[in-house]
Design a protein around this ligand. Structure first.
Ligand SMILES: NC(=O)C1=CN([C@@H]2O[C@H](COP(=O)(O)OP(=O)(O)OC[C@H]3O[C@@H](n4cnc5c(N)ncnc54)[C@H](OP(=O)(O)O)[C@@H]3O)[C@@H](O)[C@H]2O)C=CC1
Ligand SMILES: O=C(O)C1=N[C@H](C(=O)O)C[C@H](O)C1
Length: 267
């Protein structure tokens, strides 16, 4: 019988941490070794209710040989700590943390030379398919205006969402450009007519919205709308656990969900 993947969840007290804990307890493919919280967390020492045994929320990382993979949904500070641990101990890392700056993104890319790393701004299958559809539409309609509207709950800290930025990057690259060259993040006052080829972003924050992304492709006399609505965080948690299972034991490298899906469909 294959051994379960030994897993640590970083950011375990958060919304995504809780969604992961709820799934892991019934998933025989995994053994939860650590539920990591911030050094100042009010939950340190409290029992991790979702799992069997005596696990408590902790900021102590396990011994290197006790762990196969870390799943991180914390924030930039939490991810930095997880990355340091994974690099020092040769442990694989799956991260969904968004709101990272370019320097951090470069650090992640460099780390992938030493550890197996899988990152995704959105772990839902629906957004993976939306991204493919968007690449097709953006290339087929190169002159149409494009805006991306995203909506999330009122506790979200980063904007635009990681998903909105990843969708924008995919669309820009399908048109032979980059988001750095084409993004417009704010419109206020007399901004004048729209510049050709720009990709605009609009952000909604409120209530308990799990995550919604709408891409508008606007031509003359017609409009195409590509929309994804997440209504349950467990979709992200399920995707991240699939990624953790797939990544465990792999060679160092910079992986994404497309690589995982392609590998699976080739079997
Ligand atoms: N890629 C995807 O599919 C998805 C990505 N996300 C992203 O995941 C991240 C987390 O989202 P969400 O769960 O809603 O956020 P939360 O704020 O609910 O959870 C993050 C948790 O991380 C903990 N934390 C903070 N600092 C550290 C640290 N240094 N070490 C360990 N834990 C730490 C915090 O709690 P405490 O102080 O108790 O430790 C907090 O509860 C965000 O960047 C979000 O955008 C969210 C959903 C899906
Ligand atoms: O913070 C969230 O909640 C989410 N964040 C991710 C993002 O920034 O795109 C993914 C999802 O939309 C939920």
């Amino acid at each position: 019988m294959t051994q379960p993947v030994r897993l640590a969840i970083n950011g375990a007290t958060g919304r995504m941490g809780q969604a992961l804990l709820a799934l892991v307890k019934d998933d025989a493919r995994f053994m939860l070794v650590a539920a990591i919280a911030s050094p100042g967390s009010s939950k340190l020492g409290q029992a991790v209710g979702a799992c069997e045994g005596s696990l408590s929320f902790t900021h102590e990382w396990p011994a290197a040989d006790a762990l196969d993979v870390v799943v991180d949904f914390s924030g930039p500070a939490g991810l930095a700590e997880a990355l340091t641990y994974c690099e020092s101990n040769g442990v694989a890392l799956v991260t969904g943390t968004t709101g990272l700056d370019a320097t951090f993104a470069q650090r992640l890319s460099a780390s992938a030379a030493r550890i197996a790393l899988l990152r995704a701004a959105n772990f839902s299958l629906g957004v993976a398919v939306l991204t493919r559809l968007l690449r097709q539409a953006a290339a087929a309609l190169p002159d149409w205006d494009m805006d991306i509207v995203e909506a999330h709950h009122n506790r979200k800290e980063d904007a635009p969402s990681g998903t909105a930025l990843a969708l924008g990057e995919a669309a820009a690259s399908a048109r032979g450009t980059s988001l750095r060259e084409s993004a417009v993040y704010a419109r206020e006052g007399r901004v004048g007519p729209r510049a050709q080829g720009t990709i605009g972003f609009a952000v909604v924050r409120g209530g308990d919205i799990v995550g919604e992304h709408e891409v508008l492709l606007m031509g003359q006399g017609e409009r195409l709308e590509l929309v994804h609505r997440a209504t349950d965080r467990s979709i992200f948690a399920r995707g991240a656990l699939e990624a953790a299972h797939w990544l465990s034991g792999r060679d160092a490298g910079d992986y994404d969900l497309d690589a995982m899906l392609a590998d699976r469909s080739s079997r």
